[in-house]
Design a binder for this molecule. Sequence first.
Ligand code: NAD
Length: 368
Amino acid sequence: MSYRVTLIPGDGIGPEVTDAARLVAQATGVPIEWEVVDAGEKAIQTQGTPLPGSVLDAVMANRVALKGPITTPIGGGFRSVNVALRQQLDLYASVRPARAIAGEGTRFPETDLVVVREATEGLYSGVEHWVDREHSAAETVDIITRKASDRIIRFAFELARRDHRHRVTAVHKANIMKTTGGLFQAAFRDMAPKYPDLIADERLIDNMCMQLAKKPGEYDVIVTTNLFGDILSDLCAGLAGGLGVAPGALYGEEIAVFEPVHGSAPKYAGQDVADPVAEILCLELLLRHIGEKEAADRVFRAVWETIAEKKVVTYDLALPGYTLRPVPPSSCSAMAKEIARKVPLVDPHAPLPRPKGQGHTDDPQLET
Ligand code: NAD
């Protein structure tokens, strides 16, 4: 039996990094049949729309997809394909693990947290308008519902339990946004007692940013609304080693789409220089989702050892300015081949050394 998975290569560096992930998937030996469909710029050229109905149909039929980044024009043009995909498939949970790998590219090698972001409503609901004819004022509506808040908060607690994490932190701005923030806060406070085995606490978004910049190692699972989650995911990606190594996943009730945090990086498109690790770690999350735990562990271990060894790594992990241990940079395809070569050789059960960094404290006191 083989798994049928939708593959959306996407724009810019998308085709290169998704090719890299496919190569690594092949090395795991897990039988995957890829159904390749186009969305974004290529779909506009061939089908006149950035998100053809056939793409949604394919994802709904297969229920699992691996996606590359898709370009969104700024200020005008078509609405974000990424936002449309999330809303139309009701992919309500955006999950972004921020795991420092082999102590590289980070001042906080102990970072190992997950940002769980509500992905269907909030300030990304698409309800916005000019207030007057002169376009001198504008409004964007922040929609928060109890149903969506309960759903994402329950998801975060369940994820924490399943992955043996110990703490869930809700992030909001309920002191200023008393209705929307207050509603999310109330949903969290009502849900927390159902998970007495987990520590539940809260941070205001501004304090959370400061806390993360000082000691990300103290945080475990963060659950928040759409815009705050978008910003915190990038912050945490930066803390853990940069966009090049930050994977993401979108979950609905029955569908899961795996995509990197990074965008289409147009300036690097077609040059075979982009870091393939984020997309390869999306493959790791995908393998875990379909129950191929050992293959997923092998992929993560192969990525870790390739970065730790630092012989075949892309520019963002190699050049001075990006790393304290510079080496000559390798291409995207060379790094993918190196990771794929290691997949069958690594011991997926050996513990990974996670160094303690300056951001770590053993103080269990929770600050407010
Ligand atoms: P970006 O993530 O594409 O690039 C930000 C910086 O990180 C750039 O310097 C880029 O070169 C670098 N970078 C990104 N990915 C990299 C990789 N794998 N290896 C090495 N370097 C990498 O963000 P942007 O420039 O703000 O956005 C470009 C386009 O991507 C926009 O149209 C944006 O809307 C879109 N975008 C799409 C998604 C998605 O599809 N989920 C997410 C974010 C941005």
